[in-house]
Design a protein around this ligand. Structure first.
Ligand code: MG
Ligand code: MG
Length: 255
């Protein structure tokens, strides 16, 4: 498993790509309210990426698939975990929504996501959002040279389970760069001290997916939408980061 070390110029291009992706997510966050159709959010993402001279990374992905992803962003509501297809559904007060976007710019992919409540949400839903977001930062914190991939997995899992919640097993973070999924896969669970050593210039998308209940998932008949098998709530936060000599730097930071 070869992890690609990016040059300074590559990292600069990734930063620019990541800034566009962060701008998209900020605009989506501002647009989220009861009554908005998820396809309207997709349109905002398409327009923002185009205005900035980027290309959407998810549209048509993966190449050659009989069921390529048909939209710019993924939208997952309540028991939907990831990879939901935008459409006619309207956001409703009390829902939690997860929005994920990928941008290609100057040949580099950036990938980030967040979950948020719509209007007033239940206290346990808010706690799920808080635990999931914090777990992402627990994973990012340990992205320092000489740590290992397993240290990231372990940091996320132990924090989440310490809060009485679960991490999903089938999906996780990944290397990111010239393609959306580079080596390595970064599970949100596992043992410390295992896997590749981290080095400056490695770029990853970390993405904990967390739920208070059973972490078993299934995929809907649309070939994409991943939902919790038990119908429970779930949340997802993601950043594209680079490992530097001085520790992790978040490239997709939102204002
Ligand atoms: Mg993503
Ligand atoms: Mg990702």
């Amino acid at each position: 498993m070869a992890i690609i070390i990016k040059s300074r110029a590559d990292i600069q291009a990734m930063k620019e790509s990541a800034q566009i992706n962060a701008e998209v997510l900020c605009k989506l966050r501002d647009a989220v309210r009861p009554g908005v159709k998820t396809k309207e959010l997709d349109k905002i993402a398409a327009e923002t990426i185009a205005q900035r001279g980027g290309k959407p990374a998810f549209l048509g992905h993966p190449k050659g698939s009989p069921h390529p992803f048909p939209a710019i962003i993924t939208v997952a509501i309540n028991e939907q975990l990831v990879h939901g297809i935008p459409g006619e559904r309207m956001l409703a007060e009390g829902d939690i929504v997860s929005l994920d976007c990928g941008t290609i710019y100057k040949g580099f992919v950036s990938d980030s996501a967040f979950s948020m409540g719509i209007g007033k949400i239940a206290p346990e839903a808010q706690r799920l959002l808080d635990v999931t977001e914090t777990s992402l930062y627990k994973g990012i914190e340990v992205c320092v040279p000489d740590n290992r991939i397993g240290d990231i997995s372990y940091a996320i899992q132990t924090y989440v389970e310490g809060q009485g919640m679960q991490v999903v097993r089938e999906y996780g973070g990944h290397g990111v760069g010239r393609s959306m999924w580079e080596d390595p896969h970064i599970p949100n669970w596992g043992d410390p001290g295992r896997g590749n050593r981290l080095k400056p210039g490695m770029t990853f998308a970390l993405e904990p997916m967390v739920m208070p209940g059973d972490p078993t998932t299934r995929v809907l008949q649309d070939h994409w939408t991943v939902v919790m098998a038990d119908g429970g709530l779930c949340a997802h936060f993601e950043h594209t980061i680079v490992v530097t000599e001085n520790g992790p730097e978040i490239l997709t930071k939102m204002d």
